[in-house]
Design a protein around this ligand. Structure first.
Ligand code: SIN
Length: 540
């Protein structure tokens, strides 16, 4: 273990020399981390909130387009819960669905609209304008044009910044969770229960590592999309929390359930920009290169509004059948009369125009892309992991809500509900003081790290992870492909670990170490489960 000491920050200076400390350390600044910070800050806890990026808004939340499913008209919580369970293909936790649908609407009203001032689109009568998305039996999705995540992220960040007892630090990359069993210098620590004591964190500006001790730690570090070649996720989504939790000894469950979004823009220069499911919710239809609306062949009842796993696989098959590199999403030719396409989807309209596609006149070329991790760090109904004093909320966590396939627009709501619940549990039962074992935690040592990072090696190794995952552990999986993936990623893991041990830290190196372990976790789970269910599809 390597370490270099940096002095504790102003308010967070620890009694333990060289370390920073707080009552609550939150890793990640998407919706779940920000809600946790807001709730804890309001309750008077001393909070340290870390973003690994220089701009803390840079998160999966920021890029969420469609919206946040809350409640529609004539829409009892039980109906919403049934939709979640149906999309989850028999693997969603009924308890989690019950918690989400009964507590969610009040929390959105209180925290997002009330406290943070999030604005959702309204009808001319001043009611919330509800939109539809696949597999929802009511129009129950609140949205802000097609940039709902951006609105929520920026308003929540502003609300958190107003709290004097929340210290928001950017450019802080968590390396490893600190646990008594792994890091204590006390030889007797192994006889006591293992507890989480905070995290070692790389400060990008100084290239030093800070020991952040905390009575409670909340992992809110987001998803894993970047372990795949094609993803709707930003570069931040490298599986950091999943890998850290695994190294610390917490369970990761349902890791085979990686959700592919059916419609990402297919254009050489566009990355995989998301084309929201709300486009289909507002009438958009999937067609092949001949203009044939093919979803009726794959999902005769729900067609374009079938659950995501069904639509993503249908597109995959249609592309294989026709030999075309993409299919098309047509809103221009199928929107209901009177829909102002550019007004309803200004971000998608402007982005597509940049690439020469006018969505008000022509179909959009689309392909599926990795989108959301339905598995994650196993937590209880309050976000408590198996490791005492460690919580996980948002995409990094597995509450069981999403089962084998997430219902659209439920992840933002999950972040709100569990971000809030974790803090409720901490306030009721969590320790307020650092456990005594925190005094035995050494500073990070990095004397042995002499080699400078070689960016070419890191970029190439990450690309190898991404292509391996896309080709062998993607939308359609076979045992042969998964075994090949396990071998290749196993070899890469050993190589990455070997240069990690001798190379000076950078964010990219820390992310690569996490990405390769997360890939291994996904492959292992996919290999162990021969049963096709939801977004885990085993052809053989
Ligand atoms: C979308 O707008 O299609 C994404 C919504 C989600 O992933 O829940």
């Amino acid at each position: 273990m390597t370490q270099r000491v940096k002095g504790g920050s102003r308010r967070g200076r620890s009694a333990i020399r060289g370390a920073a400390s707080s009552e609550l350390l939150i890793i990640g600044t998407g919706i779940a981390g920000l809600v946790a910070a807001l709730e804890a800050g309001r309750a008077g806890l001393d909070v340290t909130l870390l973003s690994k990026m220089d701009d803390p808004a840079e998160s999966n939340t920021y890029y969420a387009q469609g919206g946040i499913a809350v409640r529609g008209l004539d829409d009892p919580p039980g109906l919403f819960a049934r939709d979640i369970l149906a999309a989850g293909a028999g693997s969603s936790s009924p308890d989690a669905a019950g918690v989400l649908t009964s507590e969610g609407p009040a929390k959105v009203a209180e925290l997002l609209i009330g406290l943070a001032g999030v604005e959702f689109d309204q009808t001319e009568d001043g009611e919330i304008n509800l939109t539809a998305e696949a597999a929802h039996s009511r129009r129950r999705i609140y949205h802000h044009q097609d940039a709902t995540g951006k609105e929520i992220e920026l308003k929540l960040l502003a609300a958190v910044r107003r709290l004097p007892n929340v210290r928001l630090l950017s450019g802080q990359v968590a390396i490893d969770l600190i646990t008594s069993a792994h890091h204590s210098m006390d030889p007797l620590a192994v006889y006591a229960p293992n507890v989480c004591l905070g995290a070692y964190v790389f400060d990008s500006a100084s290239s030093r590592v800070v020991t952040h001790l905390a009575a409670n730690t909340v992992l809110a570090s987001g998803g894993i999309g970047r372990i795949y070649l094609h993803t709707t996720n930003p570069s931040t989504a490298t599986g950091d929390g999943v890998a850290m939790a695994r190294r610390a000894g917490a369970s990761v469950i349902n890791a085979e359930y990686v959700q592919f979004h059916p419609t990402a823009l297919f254009h050489r220069d566009a990355g995989r920009f998301l084309i929201s499911e709300a486009v289909r919710g507002e009438g958009g239809r999937l067609v092949n290169a001949k203009g044939e609306a093919f979803m009726k062949r794959y999902a005769p009842r729900l067609k374009d509004l079938a659950p995501r796993d069904v639509v993503a696989r249908a597109i995959h098959e249609e592309m294989a059948r026709t030999g075309e590199p993409c299919v098309f999403l047509d809103i221009a030719g199928s929107a209901p009369r009177g829909l102002d396409i550019a007004g309803r989807f200004p971000t998608i309209h402007a982005t597509c125009l940049k690439y020469g596609i006018d969505i008000t006149r022509e179909p959009i070329p689309v392909v599926p892309a990795a989108h959301y991790f339905c598995g994650g760090v196993k937590v209880d109904p309050f976000g408590q992991t198996e490791l005492p004093n460690l919580f996980a909320v948002g995409e990094v966590a597995c509450t069981g809500l999403h089962g084998a396939n997430r219902l659209a627009s439920t992840s933002l709501l999950e972040g709100v509900v569990w971000g809030s619940r974790a803090v409720r549990r901490i306030l009721e039962h969590g320790p307020r003081e650092l456990p005594a074992s925190a005094r035995t935690i050494p500073p990070w040592r990095d004397e042995g790290l002499v080699e400078e990072e070689d960016p070419v090696l890191i970029t190439q190794d990450l690309l190898t992870v991404q292509t391996t995952m896309w080709n062998y552990a993607g939308i359609v999986r076979t045992e042969k492909r998964l075994r090949r993936a396990a071998d290749d990623i196993g070899y890469l893991y050993r190589r990455v670990m070997s240069f990690y041990r001798s190379t000076k830290l950078t964010r990219q190196l820390i992310e690569l170490r996490n990405a390769v372990l997360t890939a291994q976790i996904v492959i292992d789970a996919a290999l162990r489960n021969p049963q096709s269910r939801g977004c885990h599809f085993r052809k053989a």
